[in-house]
Design a protein around this ligand. Sequence first.
Ligand SMILES: *Cc1c(COP(=O)(O)O)cnc(C)c1O
Length: 362
Amino acid sequence: MNKRAYNFNAGPAALPLEVLQQAQEQFVDFQGIGMSIMEVSHRSKQYEQVHNETQALLKELLHIPDNYKIMFLQGGASSQFTMIPMNLVGEGQVSSYVHTGSWANKAIKEAKLFSDVHIAASSKEQDFKEIPDLSALELPEQAAYLHITSNETIGGIQYQQFPQTGKVPLIADMSSDILCRPLDVSKFGLIYAGAQKNLGPSGVTIVIAREDLVQESPANLPSMFRYDTHIDNNSLYNTPPVYSIYMVNLVLKWVKEKGGLAEMEQFNQEKTKLIYDVIDQSQGFYRGVAAPADRSIMNLTFTMENEALEKQFIQESQEAGFVGLKGHRSVGGLRASTYNAVPYESCKALQQFMLDFQKKHG
Ligand SMILES: *Cc1c(COP(=O)(O)O)cnc(C)c1O
């Protein structure tokens, strides 16, 4: 096999090599059935086993309490921006959001179509370089939920602790940091994540929801947009994204084999320290975007003195085998996404590349 790229893509993103190889082995013949898992009915016992085992693995890794349901949905995390207010905001209620950047903004935009949106806090004034202080958070009496974005994939900021919301359910978009660290699911009403950053390939979105919140959707909603449809049918109302769920299954087994979420967190901290240290010790050659206290261990954003130098950095990094270091088109700059599956070796190589680049151009 040719050398693997140093893959720092933001999403879809790196998958564990072991997982890709396992999938390759089983590609045309899944467990001796003479067919790919893609070629069998979603009602077959072979697929059903994959489906239920994937839920069980999520439950085990995240210690999901018994009163929560796990759904496998399509339409990406972006569809959840709509489904959440559609399903959860009742008569006379409002939806509350914390505005922390690009992804929070998209969630807010959709919520406005279905509810009165209350902005509970925002770091707009700080250019979304930090998570707002939520220690004195006050929510309206009629708030149906508070929505947060646990990790802003584009800005590179991440919650280090979650707000206390009392009896108002806390909802989190964890698309870019689910499984990166241990999590107390019982603090949340609903958690969702598109798979293509930390869980597998695109095509499936995981929704973990407290049962009482999603048991009964408003009567006027179409079947496919109702949480109760998917819960009543164990996410098999229609054909689920079989292959994506199968890949998530393999990724979850990989995480489990690595030791679980505490080990993942330690591993991610070790990886990102390599790069943040270079930034902090570069005397301004590299400039971290996020406030140090809110730095993400998934998406590391930084800039340089001018755009020409950043362009040079991207070009030389590509020549050296690095992929995906260009910042999101909406904000520019540079970004290294170091999801669970990004190996330590890739981060070590990036560290060395950054040091060498500074020596050459600093
Ligand atoms: C990528 C991403 C999304 C969008 O996910 P899709 O599956 O493409 O809809 C939403 N929120 C966050 C935080 C993301 O990183």
